[in-house]
Design a protein around this ligand. Structure first.
Ligand SMILES: [Zn+2]
Ligand SMILES: [Zn+2]
Length: 264
């Protein structure tokens, strides 16, 4: 069982699953390593509070790392919300706390989260393009992250999901994003959340993963994005087979912000 490197707990505003419950599930699946990556979306307007209580988080993390060390290695991560203007803030946080792993994810564009229909109402036909364009700006301007989370996140919420969507339509942005990640030594996340919803490709889709490999990308992280224990490790078998078919032989698990390569 691959290490799950994208997990939420009750420290995320949109999850109420205790860390222990997530860890017990991972142990029961035979996972040897796991990285908890709760949300921190700074400077957003939302009904949900996405600010992470870093002090409380690291306190609980340290306790559970010790308690679970005979059974599973628990790594301390975070899913940072990327916004173009947050470069300095994100840099400060990454220096202040001892993270093993930082996922950078674009969740808000001009203050709107594509999770809600208002985003699509505002941007209309430009909704996807706008998302990828902002992702490119963030990836270029921000350095304090290790892996880019769910690159085509927006497709999860588009009107007809992935049916009307092709990588090629956005290839100008996507290629630039992938090349920037590679040049900066950043990983691309293979996020398996769509499998838990009945989908048959991860975020991003196979074409993008394949393109990253073609361009020379080697650093892939794997995560379920589970907000409750039911989804931990979901779709990992499918994702592993898909990654191998794209030409990857390894995936990365980050410890102290450095990738350890693990066989797929
Ligand atoms: Zn996310
Ligand atoms: Zn997440």
């Amino acid at each position: 069982m691959y290490a799950d490197c994208h997990i939420h707990t009750e420290f995320s505003g949109d999850s109420d699953t205790p860390m222990k419950v997530q860890l017990d599930k991972a142990v029961s699946l035979g996972m040897e390593q796991i990285c908890i990556t709760d949300h921190n979306d700074h400077d957003v307007v939302s009904d949900i509070d996405f600010n992470l209580d870093f002090e409380g988080y690291f306190k609980e993390m340290a306790q559970l790392q010790a308690e679970y060390s005979p059974k599973i290695t628990v790594l301390a991560g975070v899913e940072q919300g990327l916004q173009e203007h947050l470069g300095d803030y994100l840099e400060d946080i990454s220096r202040k706390y001892p993270f093993d792993f930082i996922i950078g994810s674009v969740h808000f564009i001009d203050g709107l989260d594509p999770y809600y229909p208002e985003y699509f109402e505002k941007f209309g036909k430009d909704a996807y393009r706008r998302y990828f364009e902002q992702t490119l700006f963030c990836v270029k301007g921000i350095n304090s992250f290790d892996s880019l989370g769910h690159l085509d996140y927006i497709v999860r919420y588009g009107a007809d999901k992935d049916l009307s969507y092709s990588y090629r339509e956005y290839a100008d942005y996507i290629d630039e994003i992938l090349k920037t990640l590679i040049a900066k030594g950043k990983a691309l996340e293979c996020n398996t959340a769509p499998y838990a919803r009945g989908g048959n490709e991860p975020n991003p889709c196979k074409d993008m993963l394949k393109r990253y490999r073609e361009l020379g990308g080697e650093l892939i992280t794997i995560g379920s994005d589970a907000h409750s224990e039911d989804n931990i490790g979901k779709g990992f078998e499918e994702a592993g087979a898909l990654l191998k078919s794209c030409g990857f032989e390894y995936y990365a698990v980050y410890k102290e912000r450095r990738p350890l390569m693990m066989k797929l």
